[in-house]
Design a protein around this ligand. Structure first.
Ligand SMILES: *[C@@H]1O[C@H](CO)[C@@H](O)[C@H](O)[C@H]1NC(C)=O
Ligand SMILES: *[C@@H]1O[C@H](CO)[C@@H](O)[C@H](O)[C@H]1NC(C)=O
Ligand SMILES: *[C@@H]1O[C@H](CO)[C@@H](O)[C@H](O)[C@H]1NC(C)=O
Ligand SMILES: *[C@@H]1O[C@H](CO)[C@@H](O)[C@H](O)[C@H]1NC(C)=O
Ligand SMILES: *[C@@H]1O[C@H](CO)[C@@H](O)[C@H](O)[C@H]1NC(C)=O
Ligand SMILES: *[C@@H]1O[C@H](CO)[C@@H](O)[C@H](O)[C@H]1NC(C)=O
Length: 185
């Protein structure tokens, strides 16, 4: 039986069913948490610890890592570098309610080997340390990687989550972070 032979009400029903995948797609709305301007829905701004350990990357004059602000999400990022003489754990924290999360950073591949370019991140969700980690060493090509996902989580429970990104600490763990934004659904 072709759809033409169906009674009108069944044809309308079939049309509604056929359009469902598109309705489903339209509902997958991305939300963003910018490092500086915060959550695109709630406006909540991430917290950075210790507060003196972070710089607003786009206006920082003392920062050795200088990406192109035009390529950063909303033109901003937060910059921090831990060195072995430092005793303070450096963290970024934000909350979101959703089922997936992607965290984007700007990755430096500087050729200047006097600058700390190593990334060494661990992650914590709702007081649980995640198995995923992120490490990166410069390949000295002098090219930044923008919109680089350092963590991707899916199939989370749709509840209020507290997410913390932690920079490595320790004697031989000098490392840096240029946090740009996060995206969740
Ligand atoms: C390498 O970085 C250091 C520290 O920021 C800076 O003093 C030096 O001029 C840089 N060298 C080059 C070749 O860019
Ligand atoms: C990164 O992604 C944002 C948002 O998706 C976009 O506006 C921006 O142009 C992208 N930047 C680069 C360098 O790809
Ligand atoms: C996240 O939510 C918790 C309570 O669930 C609160 O203690 C914490 O301060 C919040 N963090 C941020 C960055 O808003
Ligand atoms: C990252 O940090 C851990 C713990 O401090 C350390 O064992 C590891 O060697 C570090 N990785 C890099 C690439 O520095
Ligand atoms: C920069 O580092 C990343 C990760 O190791 C690598 O994939 C990329 O090719 C490097 N260089 C450039 C120019 O993108
Ligand atoms: C740090 O690195 C130095 C030189 O590679 C090494 O001798 C020392 O054992 C390392 N310390 C730790 C705690 O890993």
């Amino acid at each position: 039986m072709t759809p033409r032979c169906l009674p009108l009400y069944l044809r309308i029903f079939a049309l509604i069913i056929a359009s469902y995948p598109f309705i489903g797609l339209a509902q997958t709305e991305f939300r963003y948490i910018d490092d500086q301007y915060g959550d695109s829905v709630s406006g909540a701004i991430p917290t950075y610890e210790p507060s003196g350990g972070w710089a607003d990357g786009s206006t920082c004059t003392g920062c050795a890592i200088r990406p192109d602000a035009k390529q950063a999400f909303l033109g901003s990022w937060h910059d921090s570098t831990y060195d072995a003489s430092d005793k303070h754990l450096r963290t970024v924290q934000f909350n979101f309610t959703g089922t997936s999360l992607d965290v984007f950073c700007i990755i430096p591949n500087l050729s200047n080997n006097t600058v700390t370019t190593t990334y060494n991140l661990t992650f914590n969700l709702d007081d649980q340390t995640l198995l995923q980690t992120f490490e990166h060493e410069s390949d000295y090509t002098n090219r930044f990687l923008y919109n680089y996902s350092v963590l991707s989580l899916s199939s989370l429970a749709s509840v209020h989550h507290t997410f913390t990104m932690l920079m490595a600490t320790g004697v031989n763990s000098s490392n840096t972070l240029q946090f740009d934004y996060a995206r969740y659904t």
